[in-house]
Ligand binder design. Structure first.
Ligand SMILES: Nc1ncnc2c1ncn2[C@@H]1O[C@H](COP(=O)(O)OP(=O)(O)OP(=O)(O)O)[C@@H](O)[C@H]1O
Ligand SMILES: [Mg+2]
Length: 360
């Protein structure tokens, strides 16, 4: 029921004004370079999360010469979302006719995962990228996570201000430590639980995609402070170091997910193509875990799969996406690159995008 049944996009990049009725299964957007395919995926992503997956400047979305960008979607469940934005103004967001201040409720109604060239940052980006990945999953299955994580960030910000100001009265810093420790333990427990559920699903998926590598691959989660100690104790022990750097060194803001191939970091030994398959398997596993824990299907936005994967991997990835039963929006320059790799019996709609419009 999370599938988008109607989509309307106006004045987003080169997209003039399009309305489509997507299939609840597979949707293929094809067309030449620069025709607007990724902009349609981007529109869906911005509507559901408030963020673009290719730029952090939302102003760039507004079509040159247009006053306002508009994206509207209706779900099969009947929920309606609308997003509008003019250059240099804050986005306006509506859910079922009412203005809403943030994306939390919409993100919960329409969980989205993107497979595109930036997915590779899960392998070669910093720990922040993998923490965001992890937290996306925890957010969708653990209702109290977001409030605790926000509180962690607030405590760290306050603590760091005091550390930077070299507050002579350390009791002010200690005053934040109790609350910080409390929320941090919650965040860590939620993340740990999530990783323990995620790992076997990832292994199952990755074994289907890369059996020879999968048997030597292991995932470890490090929480950002000594496993054998309470954070509040570590904060006291580390106070001098924290003062030296003017920043809190230990805590869940330092958590990390590491894949190892044997004893080595996977990023040090696997080929770029092998890592691509690995990060795609991570996203697929995240979607599958969400399905099984929340009974909610994840929508996948798959940008230019042919540029990312060879045909054998495309066939395997598309079969896995199909088996999850959620809605997929995929782009391709040449429609055959995707259509020839789809499993039999896929329910499919095809949209030909040219110069910002859908051609009949
Ligand atoms: N704010 C804007 N206003 C108008 N056009 C824009 C704006 N921002 C980007 N564009 C243009 O929109 C077009 C659509 O880009 P998009 O990335 O969606 O194409 P695409 O079909 O995904 O192409 P490719 O196959 O190369 O990935 C590009 O020609 C781009 O230059
Ligand atoms: Mg594109």
């Amino acid at each position: 029921m999370t599938a988008i049944s109607k989509l309307h996009v106006r004045a987003v990049r080169n997209i003039g004004d399009i309305s489509i009725l997507p299939n609840s299964g597979f949707n293929l957007l094809h067309g030449s370079n620069g025709s607007g395919k990724t902009s349609i995926l981007e529109s869906i992503h911005v509507l559901a999360s408030g963020k673009s997956f290719r730029s952090n400047k939302l102003d760039l979305l507004v079509q040159h010469g247009a006053n306002e960008t508009l994206v509207f979607a209706e779900l099969a469940s009947g929920h309606k979302f609308g997003f509008s934005k003019s250059a240099k103004t804050v986005p306006q967001l509506k859910l079922d006719g009412d203005s809403v201040k943030n994306w939390e409720s919409i993100a919960r109604l329409l969980p989205l995962l993107v497979l595109d060239s930036s997915t590779f940052q899960l392998a070669d980006g910093g720990p922040q990228v993998r923490r965001s990945f992890l937290d996306w999953g925890v957010f969708h299955v653990e209702p109290g996570f977001l409030a605790n994580w926000r509180n962690v960030k607030r405590c760290i910000a306050q603590r760091n201000l005091l550390l930077k100001s070299r507050a002579s009265d350390t009791s002010q810093i200690s005053a934040w430590d109790e609350e910080f420790g409390h929320c941090a333990e919650y965040v860590d427990e939620s993340r740990k639980k999530y990783v323990s559920l995620f790992s076997p699903i990832f292994n199952e998926i990755y074994t289907r995609l890369a059996p020879l590598i999968a048997e030597n691959l292991s995932l470890s989660y490090s929480r950002g402070w000594d496993e054998s100690k309470r954070l509040s104790d570590v904060l006291v022990e580390n106070q001098n170091i924290d003062f030296k750097y003017g920043a809190t060194q230990a805590g869940p803001h330092r958590a990390e997910l590491i894949y190892r191939f044997g004893k080595d970091k996977a990023t040090d030994v696997l080929s770029r193509g092998q890592l691509k398959v690995l990060v795609i398997a991570m996203k697929l596993a995240q979607g599958k875990l969400l399905n099984s824990l929340s009974n909610q299907c994840c929508t996948f936005l798959v940008d230019d799969l042919a540029a990312e994967l060879d045909s054998a991997n495309r066939i395997a990835v598309l079969a896995l996406l199909h088996s999850m039963g959620g809605q997929v929006f995929a782009t391709a320059v040449d429609r055959l690159d995707v259509e020839s790799c789809l499993p039999d019996g896929v329910s499919q709609a095809t949209f030909h995008v040219e110069r910002g419009i859908i051609k009949a």
